[in-house]
Ligand binder design. Structure first.
Ligand SMILES: [Zn+2]
Length: 252
């Protein structure tokens, strides 16, 4: 057991949240009971995740996608009211880490995704401030696009959307979890054979074909499970807490 303030202070420092200029606040977004024994992790602080936390008698929720996004209506009404009301009534704290959890070298979504797929990391790109949001590296052995596609599907349990940009084997590869399809131009400028992200736009198809880079959209949710999992397991070990990851289905 640990106090929520101890866990939040530790995690804020671990993920170096002060280094990021993000689209949302990072850290404790909704305060709940002071003592934490069970943390439930998930990708998004949706109503279903909150209901799962209430059913599991969790003291805190740890997510990648929390609330209070830049540009959204700041009022606590509608869906946001229903979610926050449930949290407050149950005394469940909401801890949310967005870009700091994408970029962390050990527990980050990109680091964990690269590890899951066996990619060797060589560096980063898509710089925001002094932080690289995307990663690039190489496959241990060159691989055909169809073989990589099958491996992605098996690892993530979800069929990727593949856009062919060339017919060479893939060796140098870039990846960025979530909705990072907009970085395809930077990936192509680096001379990478393929770029992987979660989502896809109409424009991505033309960008891939015309700049000669293969593109794989593997799912926003599917690509962003692994940072919360790794961070939650670390917090569990560090503080002697229980941590459970709840993988709610999301086809996007
Ligand atoms: Zn995301």
């Amino acid at each position: 057991m640990a106090s929520v303030s101890t866990i939040v202070d530790y995690t804020n420092a671990l993920l170096e949240i002060a280094q990021f200029s993000d689209y949302c606040p990072n850290g404790l977004q909704v305060q709940g009971k002071e003592e934490v024994q069970l943390i439930l992790g998930g990708v998004t602080a949706s109503r279903d995740l909150i209901d799962a936390a209430i059913a599991a008698r969790a003291d805190a929720i740890l997510v990648h996608h929390g609330y209070f996004w830049k540009g959204e209506d700041p009022c606590i009404t509608g869906i946001k009211y229903q979610r926050i009301r449930r949290l407050i009534e149950a005394g469940i704290s909401l801890l949310a880490y967005h870009l700091p959890l994408d970029a962390h070298a050990e527990y980050g979504n990109n680091a964990q995704f690269g590890r899951l797929m066996g990619f060797q990391t060589d560096g980063g790109f898509a710089r925001r401030g002094n932080i690289d949001i995307a990663s690039y590296g190489h496959l241990p052995e060159p691989q055909s696009a169809s073989a990589l596609n099958e491996r992605l599907q098996a690892a993530l349990q979800r069929k990727p959307l593949y856009i062919q940009g060339h017919d060479r084997p893939i060796r140098r590869i870039g990846w960025c979890t979530g909705a990072a399809q907009g970085y395809i131009d930077e990936a192509a400028a680096l001379g990478l054979d393929a770029f992987i992200s979660g989502e896809v736009s109409e424009h991505t198809y033309h960008a891939a074909r015309e700049s000669g880079i293969d593109y794989f959209a593997v799912g926003h949710h599917a690509s962003e499970r692994y940072g919360v999992m790794a961070l939650g397991q670390h917090l569990s070990r560090h503080f002697g807490l229980e941590f459970t990851f709840k993988d709610l289905q999301n086809p996007v």
